[in-house]
Design a binder for this molecule. Structure first.
Ligand code: NAD
Ligand code: LMR
Length: 340
């Protein structure tokens, strides 16, 4: 059985004391949608993160079981479960980082935009909770379509007067993870040694890998560029089709989200030189939101890095990226407003 809340608080205080002596802050992290395909492995990875002192797991189903299970892991984070909307505010109180994978996934034949009507409402409700209970938290938004859920979250925060564009980050790390994996396969390198920036957005051709900026610097044939760009842009669909109606990427996504959340926490701790790609409010292009490399710090996004030199192959799709992302974002927000 779960420990009494008094025991839990005592244990938390003791453990926070230990951390303070060691000089490492412990952060409070909430996962909303924690019982889902992404939520469960992500919760496990965050339970293993030494920077996390408190882990709140919120969902509309199954959180008692997931919480009991994870709470037996002998790592520092204290895990608490919250079930149903009546417990949303408690789940969010005092959080430093809120990770949102709540929402429905794609089935074969669907685009991410087909998820908009359901997921926009879910994201809105959850972000309203954030405005009430942890308006200064960093929010990592995973729910699709990211190109539109991030602008929607921004509107919710603006309406409540709590919007801080530096703290709202759409999670596009899986695109980078895929790019690193596929490029490493082509070049015969260790995937962990490869870093490819992926900019634009998180849907189809708006996913633009900048292969010319791959690290280590590498040259690709035109065929390789075409193959890699298509594979990275269609990585999500590749998984949706392989899962044949049972969902979309969950394990690789949890891995990517845990990596991104860890980067946000290291930034909050004050570590220097933390750079990740993320879909954020941006002035890098004429679009209001754009994924590019950002430097993370105590305030969330401290700096949006310039796109850097693009080659001819990258410039043409970038133009398409602009146009399509614009259409996704505005068309959907306009339609969504009508339903509000
Ligand atoms: P899933 O169906 O397995 O899990 C979703 C969870 O959200 C479920 O446990 C469900 O109960 C919960 N949920 C539904 N409504 C909720 C609400 N109002 N409040 C709290 N929780 C709620 O789906 P999944 O595979 O985990 O995917 C979740 C989302 O992440 C989908 O929209 C998917 O498209 C998206 N996704 C994004 C990326 C990315 O790169 N950003 C990658 C993969 C998946
Ligand atoms: C992905 O890239 O895997 C996710 O966005 C899920 C999807 O629907 O493709």
């Amino acid at each position: 059985y779960p420990p009494s809340s008094q025991m839990e608080e005592t244990s938390l205080l003791r453990r926070s004391g230990c951390r303070a002596k060691g000089g490492t802050p412990g952060f409070k992290v909430a996962i909303l949608g924690a019982a889902g395909g992404i939520g469960q492995p992500l919760a496990m990875l965050m339970k293993m993160n030494p920077l996390v002192s408190v882990l709140h797991l919120y969902d509309v189903v199954n959180t008692p079981g997931v919480t009991a299970d994870l709470s037996h892991m002998n790592t520092g984070a204290v895990v608490r479960g919250f079930l149903g909307q009546a417990q949303l505010d408690d789940a969010l109180t005092g959080m430093d980082l809120v990770i949102i994978p709540a929402g429905v996934p794609r089935k074969p034949g669907m685009t991410r935009d087909d998820l908009f009507n359901i997921n926009a409402g879910i994201v809105r409700t959850l972000c309203e909770g954030v405005t009430r209970r942890c308006p200064n938290a960093i929010v990592n938004l995973i729910s699709n379509p990211v190109n539109s859920t991030v602008p929607i979250a921004a509107e919710v925060f603006k309406k409540a007067g709590t919007y801080n564009p530096r703290k709202l980050l759409g999670v596009t790390t899986l695109d980078v993870v895929r790019a690193n994996t596929f490029v490493a396969e082509v070049l015969g390198l260790e995937p962990r040694d490869v870093n490819v920036p992926v900019v634009g957005g998180h849907a189809g051709v708006t996913i633009l890998p900048l292969l010319s900026q791959a690290n280590p610097p590498s040259s690709f044939t035109r065929e390789e560029v075409t193959y890699l760009t298509n594979r990275i842009q269609n990585g999500g669909t590749e998984v949706v089709e392989a899962k044949a109606g049972t969902g979309s990427a969950t394990l690789s996504m949890a891995y990517a989200a845990a990596q991104f959340a860890d980067a946000c926490l290291r930034g909050l701790r004050g570590d220097a030189g933390i750079v990740e790609c993320s879909y954020v409010a941006s002035q890098v292009t004429e679009l209001p939101f754009f994924a590019s490399r950002v430097r993370l710090g105590r305030g969330g996004v401290e700096e949006i890095l310039p796109l850097g030199p693009l080659n001819e192959y990258e410039r043409y799709p970038l133009l398409k990226t602009f146009l399509l992302t614009c259409q996704y974002v505005y068309w959907q927000i306009i339609n969504w407003d009508i339903h509000m």
